[in-house]
Write a protein that binds this ligand. Structure first.
Ligand code: HEC
Ligand code: HEC
Ligand code: HEC
Ligand code: HEC
Ligand code: HEC
Length: 218
């Protein structure tokens, strides 16, 4: 019988197959790793902004309340981002001519809002409401971490379904008096569970039903 394929063709086929297998399993490994990493959830990534605004400076050192800039957080689904005018309430006097603030002055001159990039965002098919949480006594740091220590803002927690459900199953240890929600340094010597259960009774918050799919997917 004559040989159809040369010996070297056979070797090339083996090498080819080997490369294919290595490639496929490598790809799968990368995909599996990325699935659960900070890359996918966006956790700990700093996003490029029109100017380097520091929460550590404004919310931490200067102690400006979160609600001064995120004024809708108690009443609406969205917390809202501040208008240029809110920044200018101080920066028309303090650091008036600083180069870093030029984008702010330009925005005011041209009546064009600054285009802040979003850092924490849920997919469209998930329903979330800030007001409900803030009024129930869930502190900002339960979901956003110590924003008052962040030079540039990053997403501190994955905020995936598992994290929402973990608290919805048992919110008591995560609650604080509602007037302390924007105080990220708040702490108490009282037992958190006891305090939380008392707050839930006082506000009539029920755990039952909070994990139903329709609460967040409506
Ligand atoms: C209540 C007053 C106040 C408001 C409101 C305010 N700032 Fe500031 N900002 C300051 C002060 C005070 C400084 C620092 C001056 C210093 O360090 O001597 C500062 C400094 C800065 C700096 C310089 C870098 C730094 O952090 O030290 C930037 C950039 C800045 N602010 C951006 C903003 C932006 C953007 C807004 C609106 C979202 C804003 N600020 C709102 C008071 C304010
Ligand atoms: C002086 C105004 C100011 C204050 C005070 C302030 N913020 Fe912000 N915040 C901003 C601006 C401007 C942005 C958008 C730029 C950025 O992401 O850094 C922002 C963005 C955020 C974001 C990310 C939103 C997103 O998805 O892009 C979170 C979360 C946040 N702030 C939480 C807080 C909390 C919690 C506090 C109080 C401890 C607070 N902020 C106080 C101005 C402020
Ligand atoms: C129970 C969790 C939770 C708490 C508590 C919470 N947030 Fe948020 N925050 C989120 C989620 C989730 C998003 C993204 C929402 C979306 O994309 O629809 C978000 C987005 C934001 C944004 C950007 C978009 C917007 O809504 O305008 C800001 C600003 C913000 N949060 C500030 C705050 C502040 C300030 C507090 C405390 C007063 C707070 N958050 C408390 C979960 C939370
Ligand atoms: C740290 C605790 C905590 C976390 C984390 C949390 N929640 Fe909640 N959530 C609560 C509590 C407590 C209530 C009930 C408030 C009430 O009944 O007054 C609630 C209520 C809600 C409601 C309103 C239910 C209704 O019927 O009005 C929605 C929607 C919701 N959560 C969505 C989410 C989503 C989406 C996430 C994740 C991104 C999330 N929550 C993360 C504590 C939490
Ligand atoms: C407390 C809020 C909450 C409840 C209750 C909830 N989900 Fe989700 N769900 C989320 C959030 C937030 C996401 C998007 C973030 C993520 O990828 O985990 C999500 C994502 C999903 C996804 C897309 C998953 C993916 O990996 O792309 C499916 C499917 C889903 N939910 C089904 C359900 C079902 C079924 C139930 C009821 C058993 C349910 N969810 C209850 C908050 C919730």
């Amino acid at each position: 019988m004559t040989q159809i394929f040369s010996r070297s063709a056979d070797t090339w086929l083996r090498v080819g197959l080997l490369l294919l297998i290595v490639g496929l399993s490598g790809g799968l490994l990368v995909a599996l790793t990325l699935e659960s990493t900070d890359y996918r959830t966006g956790r700990n990534w700093v996003v490029e902004q029109p100017l380097p605004f520091s929460h550590a400076h404004h919310a931490g050192e200067l102690k400006i309340d979160c609600r001064y800039c995120h004024s809708a957080v108690q009443t609406s689904a969205m917390a809202s981002l501040p208008a240029t005018e809110t920044c200018m309430s101080c920066h028309s006097q303090v650091w008036k001519n600083a180069d870093v603030l030029e984008p702010l002055r330009k925005s005011l001159r041209e009546h064009k809002p600054l285009h802040w990039q979003r850092v924490v965002e849920l997919p469209d098919y998930v329903y979330f409401h800030h007001g409900v949480h803030v009024n129930a006594g869930v502190g900002c740091n339960e979901c956003h971490g110590r924003v008052d220590r962040m030079q540039l803002l990053f997403k501190a927690q994955p905020l995936n379904m598992g994290e929402c459900l973990a608290c919805h199953r048992d919110p008591a240890p995560h609650l604080r008096p509602p007037e302390q929600v924007t105080n990220l340094q708040w702490h108490t010597d009282e037992d958190r569970r006891q305090l939380g259960e008392r707050l839930m009774r006082a506000r009539g918050i029920e755990v039952k039903g909070l994990t139903d799919c329709g609460v967040c997917h409506r």
